[in-house]
Design a protein around this ligand. Structure first.
Ligand SMILES: C[S@@+](CC[C@H](N)C(=O)[O-])C[C@H]1O[C@@H](n2cnc3c(N)ncnc32)[C@H](O)[C@@H]1O
Length: 242
């Protein structure tokens, strides 16, 4: 064979070349950059909102959800470092009637938000894989009886976005927690740029400190706040979609 294809991802190749100097279970390359020069910055209102949610998150109890975990680490009760208590606190404070989540996976985030929704509120969670296809899902059929719906449409596709246009435009919170492959989030945002979201709809971006997400986060030119120290270790960002 003339050449052997490198099976490692760019991140894995980097980690091999420059081993990261910690023994953390999961460690990634990221970057530092100043606020000066960055498009979009926090408003005073955002800062107060974020700090107040971070403070409330300390006393949020998610043990009823974490007790459902079937396998692996209990990420749900880790705070800060994981985002579940912060998500719950945001829902409690903002009392959204409509939440759209991109990325259901095992149902952790949907179930952590659900108990804190106001009466009549509804979470619409999207995934291209149906929840019951994951062996370790903590979702149960009865979770969908009230206040929670899963859609398996793909909002990177404009025709699927059009189908859910009214729902998206009625959302109070959009939580983006899908692939983070450096391409998909751009597809979501390109589609969303054509919609008329409610004034100050709150977008929550997961993993904003990951290499694939840095440029996307940095370039968002809207009121925004990096909540990473009070959310997910890999990055949590809030954006008012004005
Ligand atoms: C990081 S997981 C979500 C984790 C979940 N929000 C939580 O905190 O428990 C990412 C999920 O995004 C899903 N996904 C991939 N492409 C998607 C798309 N186009 N729309 C919605 N979800 C997608 C994957 O199938 C996977 O289940």
């Amino acid at each position: 064979m003339l050449f052997k294809k490198n099976q490692l991802t760019p991140e894995q190749q980097l980690q091999k070349a420059v081993p990261l100097p910690t023994g953390a279970v999961d460690k990634r390359f990221s970057a530092l950059f100043s606020q000066v020069g960055q498009p979009g910055k926090p408003t005073k209102e955002m800062l107060s909102f974020g700090l107040s949610c971070a403070s409330d998150a300390i006393s949020i109890d998610l043990s009823a959800v974490s007790s459902r975990i079937k396998a692996g680490e209990n990420y749900i009760d880790i705070y800060p470092g994981e985002h579940y208590k912060l998500l719950a606190a945001i829902i409690k404070k903002r009392a959204p009637m409509v939440v759209v989540e991109l990325g259901t996976h095992l149902g952790y985030s949907a179930l952590c938000m659900k108990p804190f929704m106001p009466p009549g509120g509804h979470i619409h969670t999207f995934d291209i894989i149906a929840w019951n296809q994951f062996a370790d899902t903590i979702l149960k059929p009865e979770d969908f009886n009230e206040g929670l719906t899963q859609h398996t449409d793909d909002l990177t596709k404009w025709e699927d976005v059009q189908q859910h246009r009214a729902l998206l435009e009625s959302a109070d919170i959009i939580f983006l927690d899908a692939l983070k492959d450096g391409k998909q989030e751009y597809n979501f945002l390109e589609n969303f740029a054509k919609l008329n979201f409610k004034p100050a709809c709150l977008f929550i971006f997961d993993d904003i400190r990951l290499w694939n997400m840095i440029a996307l986060w940095y370039n968002i030119d809207k009121p925004k706040l990096d909540m990473t120290s009070f959310g997910h270790w890999s990055g949590t960002g809030l954006v008012w979609w004005t």
